[in-house]
Design a protein around this ligand. Sequence first.
Ligand code: NAD
Length: 392
Amino acid sequence: MNSFEFHCPTKIVCGKNALRKLPQILEESNVTKPLLVTDANLLALGVCEHAIAPLEENGIAFAQFSDVPPDSSLDVVNRVANLYKEAGCDGFIALGGGSVIDTTKGAAASIAMDGKEFEKLQGAEIITCDLDPIIAVPTTAGTGSEVTLVAVVKDQEAHAKLSFTSYKLVPHVAVIDPQLTTSLPARLTATTGIDALTHAVEAYTSVQKNPVSDAFAHEAIRLISQNLIECCQNGKNADARCELALGSLMAGASFSNAMVGIVHALGHSLGGLCGIPHGQAMMLLLPHCVRWNLDHGYHTGLYGQLLGDLRPDKASRGLTPRQADEAFCSELFAQNEFLNRSFGVPITLKELGVTTDQLADVARQARYDGSALYNCQEFSLEEAQEILEAAF
Ligand code: NAD
């Protein structure tokens, strides 16, 4: 008999122009003066207007922080928390990719924990107080942070990505509005989309998987695979953007419960030590890590069970579980080759300027990343380095 818990309390508001409901969502959340957290790029592109217009039209006072950088850091979390207190806000609108949403989670947690510095709250379930309402509005379809209990923030001095996990970090509302992702360029659409795919694949093979996280993972992979290329080729297709965003959300719900594995352990380390953007790291590592898991005894047929979601045309009833596992892994490599050929997305560490003398440090830091605990196979320092060499 299965014994498990599945947690996904976020209210999901999805659809074309869903953000027009922002005033109503704020009222339902008892927020009278939100802090809108976003990044400078989204402000310049006019994406933030989709949130600002309904606020202004309804006379809702708000403060704004627009300086969250990609793969944000602890000092930015502190700046957001300070502005929130100075401006007398009582809730957050996090409009952006994972960097904006995670920074907002960090600021909200620090405030809830009596101004304790966010870095002191690192680890699992250290955050014990309820956070002020967070309305998460993702503008990438990748991290799933709008429904997860995770925040990942960089410690710039230690050159490390720090992970924070707590049920308290799960946003209260997620608004999925396809018009917010239509401006995402093809390369970022590809890398963030593969981040979402990685969440689902790692959740499905995690040591903490359960039947509900499995169901979310299957549907996430189906939605991502059916819509990713279309979104890269025709970014304005709102239907495809919406489906991809839902795939990302479902992958987030899956991994928020099952957790992720070796791809994330190595990817966080590449982000912290070499500055590789998270989605890019996921993309180039995923096939190599699946290959490594298969080569080290993980021929369970679980990867093969995902083949029909990833490539329905390649899934044949005649395949043995072992053949299906192998086919799944080959399709991941083929997908990377295609994205590289079609949109110029780098698929090796070398192309991204990583040098061979950095690999040992990356491997060492990855061994201590929390995600390593949930991988289906234990891995040694030498084995982590082998994978990095294969991805070089
Ligand atoms: P991001 O938020 O760092 O954004 C990357 C770039 O994309 C930025 O320059 C941003 O301005 C731009 N961008 C975002 N939306 C855009 C749009 N609609 N149009 C044009 N440009 C747009 O990217 P991300 O991949 O969403 O987030 C990465 C961060 O999230 C990392 O720090 C990673 O570790 C973290 N993460 C968190 C979770 C979680 O559950 N909390 C899960 C995975 C990753």
